[in-house]
Design a binder for this molecule. Structure first.
Ligand code: ST9
Ligand code: ZN
Ligand code: ZN
Length: 342
């Protein structure tokens, strides 16, 4: 079972050392990236997480049944959409572009709002999310990358959350500077109380809103706006790590796996322009031009900047992008119309 999931045909002992077996050439190629733990690709399965994700998926299937068979009110679906948008901004505008990459600065009210939104999304607390993400950028597609896409679609999508991390993640990740987040009281407060905040902000409040505001049955609110909404947002986020590291063009850097993927950009609120993002991770737009249609997160940051809440927005100028594209791109930049026009 473990071998089927990992796609690796090797036996391991408990310490993850190579015990015995024939090692296919492709596997040797994949594993040689790790110098310290050359054969540490065993899935040390964390059953608590496997069971939790399985149960959540079953509830989400019931949620889809309730939605598509017309059992929930239209107003409940509207609540679901609004809460989905808020939680998405918590990840894209908050955890990703503000806290992980420091693409702009935000004043306290905006940081508090984004921390609430980020908690709605329950994707680990901001500090852990940003640490894993910084390590992903620094060590992309090596064993130190928490969701190393060279281990296949399933591992980079959600499998990495159901097994112990490769030792390189902590070993090399410890070199990543996190002092800026340690100095942010909003981040540290959320980290301290995260286990209390999650049940209340991720599940209870989203379930109570349709129950109070729309007279929806509490069970239906919980299933649809609590759990189904959560699972959908998880999969849309995970697609950035899986699909947008596999399918799409590479107009800015053809030597890396991240791609420009319009479908993922749509589902992940502007985070599917992933080839650009890995080339210019500090750009607050996470895309070449501000295409609001497929980048609602940029629109939200621009709105906050107008309100004086976001400032010091960093962006790559056109000539820098052009030079990089000429130097390392795959030649598809000028074919990507969605990407180029506002
Ligand atoms: C989730 C996260 O879903 C999704 C993130 C996606 C990111 C996408 C990015 C793409 C761009 C943005 C797209 C946005 C799109 C939004 C669209 C919305 C519609 N560096 O982790 P532990 C050390 S979460 C340095 O326990 P194990 C550290 O010392 C879903 N050091 O490892 C740590 O201790 P501490 C819900 C690191 O035991 C220690 O190792 N959550 C690093 O192997 C142990 O760490 C879950 O399902 C590092 N990077 O366990 C929970 N990492 O923390 C899942 C670790 O005390 N997590 N260290 O400092 C777990 O249960 C566990 O982490 C585990 C691994 C089982 C996966
Ligand atoms: Zn990536
Ligand atoms: Zn990033």
């Amino acid at each position: 079972f473990t071998q089927i999931l990992s796609g690796v045909q090797v036996d391991y002992d408990d310490e993850g050392k190579h015990a015995a077996a024939t090692v296919p050439a492709a596997v040797v190629h994949l594993t040689t990236k790790s110098k310290t733990y050359p054969h540490w690709r065993k899935w040390r399965i964390v059953w608590r997480n496997v069971i939790a994700f399985t149960v959540m998926h079953v509830i989400a299937v019931y949620g889809f049944y309730l939605i598509f068979c017309g059992h929930v009110k239209v107003k409940t679906l509207l609540c679901m959409m609004v809460i989905s948008v808020c939680s998405a901004f918590g990840i894209t505008v908050g955890a990703h572009r503000l806290w992980a990459h420091r693409c702009y600065n935000a004043r306290l009210p905006m940081r508090v709002l984004l921390a609430v939104f980020q908690t709605l999304a329950f994707q680990n607390h901001i500090y852990e999310w940003a640490r894993d993400h910084r390590v992903h950028h620094k060590f992309t597609d090596t064993d130190a990358d928490p969701h190393n896409s060279s281990r296949g679609f399933f591992f980079s999508h959600m499998g990495w959350l159901m097994v112990r991390k490769h030792p390189d993640v902590a070993a090399k990740g410890s070199a990543v500077d996190m002092t800026d987040l340690e100095a942010d009281p909003v981040v540290m407060w959320q980290k301290k109380y995260y286990l209390w905040l999650v049940p209340i902000i991720t599940f209870l409040i989203p379930s109570l809103i349709p129950y109070w505001v729309c007279n929806e049955r509490f069970l239906y609110s919980f299933v649809v706006v609590g759990v189904t909404r959560y699972m959908l947002s998880l999969h849309f986020t995970w697609l950035v790590n899986s699909a947008a590291h596999i399918w799409g063009t590479k107009p800015y850097d053809k030597n890396i796996t991240p791609t420009e993927n319009p479908t993922v950009a749509l589902l992940a609120f502007g985070e599917g322009w992933h080839n650009y993002h890995h080339a210019f991770p500090w750009d607050y737009k996470a895309a070449e031009l501000g295409n609001y249609r497929l980048n609602l997160s940029t629109a939200f940051i621009d709105l906050c900047a107008r309100l004086g809440q976001a400032y010091n927005l960093k962006t790559a100028n056109a000539s820098l992008v052009e030079k990089r594209s000429q130097r390392t791109g795959d030649g598809t930049k000028d074919h990507n119309h969605n990407h180029r026009h506002n």
